[in-house]
Design a protein around this ligand. Structure first.
Ligand code: PLP
Length: 495
């Protein structure tokens, strides 16, 4: 016992003092580049970790040996701390618009547009000789109006913000009528009754979960009613004995009573999606034709642009939204507006959407191409994975995601990795969980999905075949090099 304490104390005495660390020439070099306080805090952490190791296992970390080892350890901690958290991943989860993976990817035109406005001042709200200082949405409102047939538009941070602003600006302190079949919850904290309360509106529920008639709405209108709101049931589907009152019918009712008809479309789509094998998603342009006064939808769902919320509709109502104090809090920055404008420009020629916008490129990719890719990947994976895993090709189905088109599944192909039955008999056989973790820890992570002890890589999510081929091969090779005696700790080291 005393011996252990003595040796522990001896080890503590072997630790270099901070003052001596700060005198190592390479450390001084790091201080010149990175600043003293940060480097000192990394060294403090190294010493703390070393003390922890002495306490836990009566041993010194290798880096304590000499100044070359100290420098190497410090350099590795610097580079680890400088790694950015938001680096690209390959999304093979089977969900194309994955909210947790940032939803839609931008088209190249949007990427160029954003890069430009990041570098330079731009006339975001500046009079360039037309005699008025427009608001920041005016630059792209002509384009949005051209595409949707709207009078006017208002652009905010996301569709949740758009709904909040629509309600607050048109109906605060008043009643808003919603069907009981449309009291939607979107993932996270977006629930129609809560947003309604935040906007200062009184929710008036009408009808039943499965059926709401025009007469239900009509009977609920009072002198305090400001609006009827329709909410697209984007992430669920009610079927069977159902009745939904269409916008056109409601528009006539609202017009007669002098109240507004507003609609939260969720995803919205500016083009007919049936050619991508998707069902018809309600389009804002149709809603406006049907007489809806304000329509809101997301920028980063089926539109394929940046995170944003678009509200289109009547000029006087949009003017109220633009003038509301919440608009200032919810407005978009120049990068979002530039990306949105460049994305929307693609819609002038719907025929090229599937080659220009990543979302449509993925949704429309022919199955035979995915099958060919799967075969290439299977052969490579078989040749490099050292018989640790059985690699098979399986049919699967991709979902759009982000609450868009919950019923629609697109045929796809997955590469499936399962533990080889011979390998699984060995004492330290790898597991599919370890493989998944290893893929996620790579410099270019591949994100799949584990089902029934297999790692499924849905190939419809691939952006570049050649990149995927390279990344998968390297990742499998790396995995093979992990010594089989100590798979768990070695995997930690890899990550
Ligand atoms: C997705 C969705 C929202 C929220 O949109 P965000 O852009 O995620 O803020 C609101 N309402 C409906 C019906 C939706 O589908």
């Amino acid at each position: 016992m005393t011996q252990a304490i003595n040796s522990t104390q001896a080890l503590y005495r072997c630790l270099p003092a901070m003052d001596s660390l700060l005198l190592i020439p390479q450390v001084i070099g790091f201080i010149d580049q990175q600043g003293k306080s940060w480097i000192k805090s990394l060294l403090t952490q190294m010493l703390d970790d070393a003390r922890q190791q002495i306490t836990n296992s009566q041993s010194l970390p290798n880096w304590c040996l000499d100044s070359a080892n100290i420098t190497t350890e410090l350099a590795s901690r610097i580079s680890k701390a400088q790694r950015q958290s938001m680096t690209p991943v390959i999304n093979l989860t089977g969900t194309i618009l994955h909210t947790n993976l940032g939803r839609s990817q931008m088209c190249e035109a949007a990427i160029d547009a954003v890069t430009q406005v990041m570098r330079s001042p731009v006339p975001l709200e500046f009079d360039m000789g037309q005699g008025k200082r427009g608001h920041r949405d005016s630059a792209i409102s002509a384009l949005i109006n051209e595409l949707t047939g709207a009078d006017s538009c208002c652009i905010v941070n996301n569709n949740a913000a758009a709904v909040l602003l629509m309600l607050a600006a048109t109906s605060a302190g008043k009643e808003v009528i919603v069907s009981r079949g449309e009291l939607v919850e979107i993932g996270g904290a977006f629930r129609i009754p809560d947003i309604m309360a935040q906007a200062g509106c009184k929710l008036v529920e009408v009808g039943c979960t499965n059926r709401t008639h025009l007469k239900d709405y009509a009977a609920a209108i009072t002198e305090n009613t400001a609006a009827i709101m329709k909410v697209h049931t984007s992430n669920y589907h009610i079927s069977g004995f159902t009745k939904v009152t269409e916008e056109a019918e409601l528009a006539a009712l609202c017009k007669g009573k002098g109240i507004a008809l507003i609609s939260d479309l969720g995803s919205g789509a500016l083009t007919d999606l049936s050619r991508f094998g998707l069902s018809k998603e309600p389009m804002p342009q149709q809603m406006l034709k049907d007489g809806v006064n304000l329509v809101s939808f997301s920028g980063d769902k089926l539109l394929g642009g940046p995170q944003a919320g678009l509200v289109v509709g009547d000029r006087e109502l949009i003017a109220k939204l633009q003038a509301h104090p919440l608009k200032r809090a919810l407005r978009c920055d120049k990068m979002t507006l530039a990306a949105l404008e460049a994305t929307l420009m693609q819609y002038r020629n719907p025929q090229t959407l599937d080659s220009q916008l990543p979302i449509f490129r993925k949704l429309s990719r022919p199955l035979v191409e995915l099958e060919q890719l799967a075969q290439t990947l299977q052969q490579l994976a078989d040749s490099v994975n050292g018989s640790l895993f059985d690699v098979t090709i399986q049919a699967c189905q991709t979902q759009v995601g982000s609450g868009s088109q919950p019923d629609v599944l697109l045929d796809s192909v997955a590469l499936c990795l399962a533990v080889n039955t011979n390998a699984s008999k060995q004492k330290h056989s790898p597991s599919v969980l370890q493989l998944d973790k290893h893929f996620k820890a790579a410099s270019m992570p591949i994100i799949g999905r584990i089902t029934a002890n297999q790692l499924w890589l849905d190939l419809r999510g691939a952006d570049s075949d050649s990149q995927l081929i390279e990344v998968l091969t390297t990742s499998l090779l790396d995995f093979e090099q992990v010594p089989s005696q100590t798979p768990a700790t070695s995997l930690e080291a890899v990550s």
